[in-house]
Design a protein around this ligand. Sequence first.
Ligand SMILES: Nc1nc2c(ncn2[C@@H]2O[C@H](COP(=O)(O)OP(=O)(O)OP(=O)(O)O)[C@@H](O)[C@H]2O)c(=O)[nH]1
Ligand SMILES: [Mg+2]
Length: 682
Amino acid sequence: MRTDTTTRTTTTAIAAVRNLGILAHVDAGKTTVTERILYLTGTTHKRGEVHNGTTVTDFDPQERDRGITIFAAAVSCAWAGHRINLIDTPGHVDFADEVERSLRVLDGAVAVFDAVAGVEPQSESVWRQAERHGVPRIAFVNKLDRAGADLDTALTSIRERLHPRPLAVQLPLGTEESFTGVIDLVHLRALTWDGDGTLTEGPVPDHLTAETTARRRALEEAVAELHPEALEEFCTHGALDATTLTAALRHLTRTGEAVVVLCGSAYRNRGIEPLLDAAVAYLPSPLDAPPARAAGEQQRQRAADPQQPLTALAFKVTAAPTGRLTYLRLYAGTLRKGDTVLDAATGRTERIARILRVMADRHTETDHALAGDIVAVIGPKSARVGATLCDPDHPILLEAPMSAEPVVTVAVEARRAADTDKLTAALARLAEEDPSLRLATDPETGQRTLSGLGELHLEVAVEKVRREAGVEAVVGRPQVALREALVEGVSGFVYRHAKQDGGAGQFAHIVLDVQVAGDGFAFTSAVTGGRVPREYAQAVEAGCRDALAEGPLGGHPVVGVAVTLTDGITHPKDSSELAFRTAARLGLREALRSARLQLLEPLAEVSVTVPEDALGAVLGDLAARRGQVQGTALGRDGAAQVSALVPLAELFGYAGRLRGRTQGRGTFTTRPAGYTPAPSLG
Ligand SMILES: Nc1nc2c(ncn2[C@@H]2O[C@H](COP(=O)(O)OP(=O)(O)OP(=O)(O)O)[C@@H](O)[C@H]2O)c(=O)[nH]1
Ligand SMILES: [Mg+2]
């Protein structure tokens, strides 16, 4: 009886959690939306601004100086009896890995759009990223106060670029400067905000009743078309009531069949309360989310049940003044203060000394946390980003979040030789927090190198080390990560590895077909009659991977290769897995030397927004950078927009150049656009 009540209470508690991300293109207003949410939920008592460097989630000194979000920040707040764990993510493409890790632990997201610009390239990227993770979204069209803002145009751009079914549940009251509120099409009421951002609810004004009725009707029809139960009610009663509409919209949001669209102006404090209501009403709770699955074993699942063994994923690690903070998403079980947990990948155990709920700039301690929640813990010393922490008696390993491959590398050395070790240690610690940063040593020059996702990413890392560890670094010219692609293969390539120097020898004889395929690596063994045992074939595959790490053109990774092992010979005494692996490594390396390969360089899709009078200069500059202009358009606010494909190597220093050419009025964003043949270097 008691257990029943406890179970019911915990289930209700989990159903009232929303793990929510705020996603968008750079500058759409994510941090401002987050700031207003924290204010309205009573988490903070003043509204911070990005341009003053006073927001809660952009707390890093570099975020404040640069006016952009760099690190995803997780904060908890309460709204209408629900706990909202909110992650404000960065919009700049160099920090896309932060978004990827956040998406991994979120159950729902609010995609923010600029009402003037509509769907911008990075919004599209993060939208697809969320889609890949199966994270349901609602949309918030922000900045309705700006000149040129228009909800209908934004809806069209969502329909054309993201989703065929955006369903607006609001109608703006007034436009641009005179945007004062919205009409709630679900509850048929007007919500207006005064200059302080105080909300007043009232009836729909007379002059808008006709339009409201028409838009409500259109919403009902669109919902009925997608939702069978709504359709039934619509056919029976000729209309849908607010309860049915809400339930159907919740369902359509969770299945991804439609996207609920709201609007407002975060900066002017308008539209945030209904956004919170919508997040609670339409986005899923951890109970609705799919169960956590073990890596590589889809059947092993753990549901959001506090009675199940503890299963948690560390999605963020930061070195705070209070010590090392590890952010966890709990998928199953109950985490208690003092618990010992297992880091499933390393086999180490860690003690959870304290459990914290991060409430903006302060923490509140709690003695336990339930499945479905997001909390920060103090105690774990070695668990890295992506680690699974679980019940030591019931180990499980979850899939670690994916990390993008670095595309830009710089050589770094300490300004003072005496600081060398300190610099290496500080950079290594950063790489632990951010797996998309890689620290290595150049085998030829012996120099330390740092690789990451872009120029800004590396600049931020070096600056962070300077500020936090007090080490000045000298940074070399950025280099892009090249690849070598196979364009013409070889068949029947024979390689024999035989070594006989007393004792046990090494013998392996292999025949390889090396063909062009896709953009990765594929291996098959077509050897029949057991001429090469399975373990040896696997060793050949491993040896091929070794060989592909360094291509013949310049030691870059080789891509687009399919290797088939067509035949082989073994020796009863001297053959071993090692011998076959070595044969494959040396053999494929030699085969590649006789094949034809092509050097590839990373390409970026660049969107530049400039005043019209600077367009000519910008186009000329893009051409000089080997850019291919894809299109130009005149924006609604008199600015010209150029989209172009430009080799990443040509974009170093572009920010400064663009500022110079446009007297600081031009902006640009980039996103990865794959690889393209590099000009031959002779
Ligand atoms: N006019 C207007 N400006 C806004 C609004 N919301 C945000 N801004 C401004 O837009 C700029 C960018 O806002 P942020 O909140 O930093 O945007 P963001 O999406 O967090 O940006 P990143 O984190 O760098 O990707 C700031 O100068 C804000 O003051 C709005 O509703 N109206
Ligand atoms: Mg931000």
